[in-house]
Design a binder for this molecule. Structure first.
Ligand code: SAH
Ligand code: DHB
Ligand code: MG
Length: 227
């Protein structure tokens, strides 16, 4: 496995290099966000560079104008999502930890993205209920990446904020094979509960893309809300 991770990490570096870096300003914002997050003691669990670029491409490919993120950390994935928005677009990102939200706010300001991003502090479940009660416009793309035992509840909270065609992306649904392997650790069990919730929601059509890379073996669930 250690050898595998080394090869996967080399692959991440190779593909990032061969495909070309983002424009200089975005590259500086991304690198700066990771460095500042590290310096502030945040865990190194942001999406990878290639995964962040995938999120940005999904925003562009779907034409999303309104993006909802659950789990901000230092705002690395948020920068990718916000950088891909058309003029007038918005990311609403939910974060429980005040320290994480403070670091993210500074990183987004340094990236010049504060105007396009609203950080909602507090438990995401409560924030989702508040957004629904406020009758906000539906979101076009949702990225779920907070605590894994919370995912099933987040899906319930997201559906009233979605519309037919909304794309839902969820990180960390593979967890080194522990989800499919029946491991009873709370994170794997939480993801299985989430998968059951997805499967039990007839309006959703979903798949899982397993990934390998610098972060090991993991993957994304992609689901589209039907009509
Ligand atoms: N999306 C980020 C990584 C998020 S890590 C990136 O790729 O850059 C998960 C984050 O979810 C952590 O910052 C954690 O504090 C936050 N979190 C955990 N429980 C939460 C909850 N109940 N509501 C909102 N955020 C939560
Ligand atoms: C971990 C990775 C993640 O992408 C995440 O959102 C939470 C935790 C981890 O590797 O522990
Ligand atoms: Mg994650």
């Amino acid at each position: 496995m250690a050898d595998d991770v080394a090869a996967w990490t080399a692959g991440d570096e190779y593909f990032a290099t061969v495909l070309g870096r983002p424009d200089a300003a975005l590259g500086r914002s991304l690198d700066g966000a990771l460095a500042a997050s590290d310096a502030a003691g945040l865990p190194a669990i942001s999406v990878s560079y290639l995964q962040g670029k995938m999120l940005a491409l999904l925003v562009r490919a779907t034409g999303a104008r309104r993006v909802l993120e659950i789990g901000t950390l230092g705002g690395y994935s948020t920068i990718w999502l916000a950088s891909a928005l058309p003029a007038g677009g918005e990311v609403v990102t939910c974060e429980l930890a005040e320290h994480h939200a403070d670091v993210a706010a500074a990183n987004l300001a340094a990236a010049g993205l504060s105007e396009r991003v609203t950080i909602r502090r507090g438990p995401a479940g409560a924030t989702l209920a508040e957004l629904a009660a406020a009758g906000v416009e539906p979101f076009d793309l949702v990225f779920i990446d907070a605590d894994k035992p919370g995912y099933a509840g987040y899906l319930r909270g997201v559906l009233p904020l979605a519309r037919p065609g909304t794309l839902i992306v969820a990180d960390n649904v593979v967890r080194g094979g522990r989800v499919a392997g029946g491991d009873d650790e709370p994170n794997a069990a939480g993801i299985r509960e989430f998968l059951a919730q997805v499967a039990g929601t007839p309006s959703l059509s979903a798949t899982v893309v397993q990934t390998v890379g610098a972060k090991g073996h993991d993957g994304f669930l992609l689901a589209v809300v039907g009509g």
